[in-house]
Design a protein around this ligand. Structure first.
Ligand code: SER
Length: 882
């Protein structure tokens, strides 16, 4: 009996041998279709090949495509577990032709695979065709020999396939398997077609039109083929089962669930095992593709699926979290064809464990509340909307979880009442926000948030996505269309652009539509709405159109490197300086990073060098950077660094990087663990290089380190090196000897300067009054002289020397240079009647100065100009004369 893995391989190899490129499944979050929540068909990744917008170097392809039908337009969530063939996650096998072959080949390809390769009895197969498609009828007759009564014409949309309201579409033919008349049900098109006897297994779409936004339909440039066959269905058929959940793959997951909950896989809890098996696949694949649980958009769909499974595990009587324990069984089954599962295994397990641990805290109480409410209701009465809302708001019960719980009891929820309660909460939130002092024109963003929800950010995983333009705002007014040259703010339903937050600057890039192009110069977020500050550079941009949003890759890569390096820096600082180091602010720009942290004094060169050594060590380690969502408490328990004073919500994103022997995280080995919403490198090696370029005081008790990474760090270091080499050449020495050479030169220079000063002093004192016998003024020895080339600070020494020479008397010296300095001295025997201070004052006054001070035996002063030096000396003499 072929396994599901065998069947997938047989399918892909069959088309591979028929010249089809075997293309890997695209991610579950479509990058090229803003109208889709999740990839829900194999053709999604090829949409632009059908319309001719995109070309690849193959014209035939085959895939096994991961699909999720939960949330958004395609939603099978409610049926999972209760039917034989519904799934939230499934694999769609398909073959595609992009203007290469058409119906006449697609039908024989399918028929041969089913009847020859898979060996299905042709007498059990029948087909439907679109009622006007005579061509397809003829091909079926010719290629498969099907009689008329097994080719059923269908006039409805069932046989005209389109991915959505717009895009490629065309008539289709569906292949059905007849399980035999022992099972109730009629053929397709008959009143009892919904029975289980005739099961659709394969849909072949003849893509030949494009549905346009204005309702018109145009011919595609090339007639093409898109086929889709659910692996789970064909698997059940080939394994002789009537229920997808009885196939080998599901059986393994159901047994894992039974084992983990210590229950019987086929006992009364069977339905719970089926839900768990299905939801395990959807949640694990979504997490592997970068979706994390949240309260908005895709993350909320994931959360709903997770919590739904968790309630079923609870119903099985599981005392502890279960879901994460089933991941190895899934990886065992599907890790080989989908390597992303194995790569993300620990993230999947951590995310499931944290979500289940958390949800269990409220699940019991919520279920009790639900029972209480029900006991008060009349028989069969609907659960009031307010109660469902309380379960949602206080106990974290998504609406569909409550509905699922009630379904077992044959009850429903008053969903209109639930919507009213939800709306009231939004109104309260808005009123609270309006009172928070935000500017009035921000109301426009709040309106948008209320109408469309928060903008979905896809930029953790991709730098380009399509989005739908929800609003174009000029100033603070919504406009329909912005023309070339206009500066506007553009809001889309989803975006890869990171809005400035947590020190990381907003992304820049381009936004283009069928009619124009805009440059995005900054991105910010208000009330959950991401605002692209843009300038229209070509044509015009209109609200309502689809747009391709492309982040400036090179700039984002630089920002990523700087942001991840900031985390490594934070941890290194704590290691080198101590645990008191806490982040106080940061900047992660493309060209540099800045990190402010609490620390009382400047870093020594040795400390900076050690920090740089550690950061670069973790860069070279090239360890993966991982991201998880958890509660702030769990994050703190892991030792995560949080920004001081920051208010965090119910759940936080935790970014971890680096391996250390003793570290943090669940493995006790992660070096850096931080709460962070920013974008990061995938592996630390991408940072390249780290160098600190400055350490300064930012404010009291807060230091600031500025640093560079990657090419900028290299340029900086090379620049330093070049300057050192230049210096060595100028010094005629080797680079290694430069510090010693410079120190020696400075010593030498100092000695020379001293020598020059001494020579100047000697020269200045070598003639005139300083050498002559002192003049007698009123019986006092008086020496006065103007000295050129002597500085003020030399004067006291010279005064002392003169006082010693004359034994008793007064001395006045005027140093005449750029600045004029005056000093006077009086020997101790005369200080009783003469003061040096007075002498300085009268002298200074003559030279346009003021004041002067000191002691009676030694005083100093300054003046502007020495031209009146002689008058100054005379004034001193006059003073001596009394
Ligand atoms: N796109 C079609 C479907 O999803 C065939 O692949 O059924």
């Amino acid at each position: 009996m072929p396994s599901l893995n065998d069947i997938r391989s047989t399918f892909l190899n069959y088309f591979g041998q028929n010249d089809h490129e075997i293309v890997a499944s695209s991610p579950l979050v479509p990058r090229n279709d803003p109208t889709l929540m999740f990839t829900a068909a194999g053709m999604v990744q090829f949409k632009n090949l059908f319309t001719g917008v995109e070309h690849r170097d193959y014209k035939r392809a085959t895939t096994a495509q991961k699909c999720v039908r939960a949330g958004g337009k395609h939603n099978d969530l409610d049926n999972v577990g209760y039917t034989a063939r519904h799934h939230t996650f499934f694999e769609m096998l398909g073959n595609f032709s992009f203007g290469d072959y058409f119906k006449e080949d697609a039908i024989p390809f399918a028929w041969n695979l089913l009847t020859r390769e898979f060996g299905i009895d042709k007498n059990r197969l029948l087909v439907t065709v679109y009622h006007t498609d005579d061509e397809a009828v003829e091909i079926w007759k010719k290629a498969a020999g099907l009689p008329d009564d097994r080719i059923i014409r269908i006039a409805t949309d069932d046989n005209f396939w389109s991915a959505g309201p717009t895009g490629p579409c065309g008539p289709c033919t569906e292949i059905f398997y007849d399980h035999g008349d022992h099972i109730p049900g009629g053929p397709p098109g008959s009143p009892d077609e919904d029975g289980d006897r005739f099961i659709e297994i394969w849909n072949l779409v003849f893509m030949q039109y494009e549905q346009m936004e204005d309702g018109s339909r145009r011919d595609l440039p090339n007639q093409s083929i898109d086929t889709g066959m659910g692996l789970e269905r064909i698997g059940a058929l080939l394994q002789g089962k009537h229920d997808n959940y009885d196939t080998d793959l599901f059986r393994a997951l159901i047994e894992a669930s039974a084992h983990a909950t210590n229950t019987d896989p086929d006992g009364p809890g069977n339905i719970h095992h089926r839900v768990i098996a299905d939801h395990l696949r959807a949640t694990s694949f979504l997490i592997a593709d970068g979706v994390l649980p949240s309260n908005e958009g895709r993350g909320y769909v994931l959360r709903r699926i997770m919590r739904r499974a968790m309630r079923h595990a609870h119903l099985l009587g599981a005392g502890d979290p279960v879901m994460h324990r089933l991941v190895p069984a899934l990886v065992n089954q599907m890790g080989q064809p989908y390597p992303e599962l194995g790569l993300a295994q620990s993230t999947i397990q951590d995310t499931l464990l944290s979500e289940e641990t958390r949800f269990r805290q409220t699940l019991d109480r919520g279920l009790r509340l639900l029972d209480d409410e029900l006991s008060r209701l009349p028989e069969g009465g609907e659960l009031p909307g307010a109660a469902a809302f309380k379960l949602y708001d206080t106990f974290g019960f998504p609406l569909d979880l409550t509905q699922d719980a009630l379904r077992e009891k044959g009850r429903a929820v008053d969903t209109a009442g639930f919507d009213v309660a939800m709306q009231e909460q939004k109104t309260r939130a808005r009123a609270a926000w309006a009172g928070s002092g935000e500017t009035a024109d921000a109301a426009i963003w709040f309106d948008l948030a209320e109408r469309h929800g928060a903008t979905e950010f896809l930029g953790y995983d991709t730098e380009q996505t399509e989005g739908q333009i929800l609003a174009v705002i000029a100033g603070s007014d919504p406009i329909k269309t912005a023309k070339k040259g206009e500066a506007v703010q553009i809001v889309t339903n989803q975006t890869p652009f990171y809005a400035e937050s947590g020190g990381q600057v907003g992304d820049t890039g381009t936004l283009s539509t069928a009619t124009g192009k805009a440059r995005v110069i900054d991105t910010r977020r208000v009330a959950g709405v991401v605002i692209h500050f843009s300038e229209v550079t070509e044509g015009e941009i209109s609200s309502g159109s689809g747009a391709v949003l492309t982040v400036d890759h090179d700039r984002r890569a630089l920002i990523r490197g700087n942001h991840s390096a900031t985390h490594l820096l934070n941890e290194a600082l704590r290691g080198v300086l101590g645990d008191h180091v806490a982040q106080r602010g940061s900047l992660n720009a493309p060209d540099r990073l800045r990190f402010d942290f609490s620390h009382g004094k400047g870093l020594t060169l040795a400390e900076i060098a050690e920090v740089e050594r550690q950061v670069n060590g973790f860069i070279r380690q090239n360890a993966p950077v991982t991201t998880r969502i958890m509660t702030p408490d769990d994050a703190r328990a892991l030792g995560a660094q949080a920004l001081f004073g920051e208010k965090y919500g119910d759940e936080v994103r935790v970014v971890s990087m680096g391996r250390a022997d003793t570290g943090k995280g669940s493995d006790g080995q992660t070096w850096s663990v931080e709460l962070c919403g920013g974008t990061h490198v995938a592996q630390t090696g991408e940072i390249g290089l780290f160098v600190a370029t400055g350490d300064s005081a930012s404010s009291a008790g807060v230091r600031r380190i500025e640093a560079l990474t990657g090419a900028a760090a290299l340029d900086y270091l090379m620049g330093q090196d070049r300057r050192l080499a230049d210096t060595a050449i100028a010094l005629k020495s080797q680079a290694a000897d430069v510090p010693d050479r410079v120190r020696a030169l400075l010593e030498e220079r100092k000695a020379l300067a001293n020598e020059v000063a001494q020579l100047r002093r000697d020269l200045a004192m070598s003639g005139g009054a300083a050498q002559d016998a002192p003049k007698q003024v009123n019986g006092v020895n008086f020496v006065a002289q103007v000295l050129n080339g002597v500085s003020g600070k030399d004067l006291p020494g010279l005064i002392d020397a003169q006082k010693a020479r004359i034994g008793s008397g007064a001395v006045l010296l005027i140093a005449a240079g750029d600045r004029v300095a005056v000093a006077a001295g009086v020997t101790d025997d005369l200080t009783g009647r003469l003061s040096a201070v007075d002498l300085v004052r009268v002298a200074v006054e003559q030279m346009g100065g003021r004041g002067g001070g000191g002691r009676p035996d030694m005083a100093q002063g300054g003046a502007k100009d020495a031209t009146n030096a002689d008058a100054a000396i005379s004034a001193a003499e006059t003073l001596l004369k009394g």
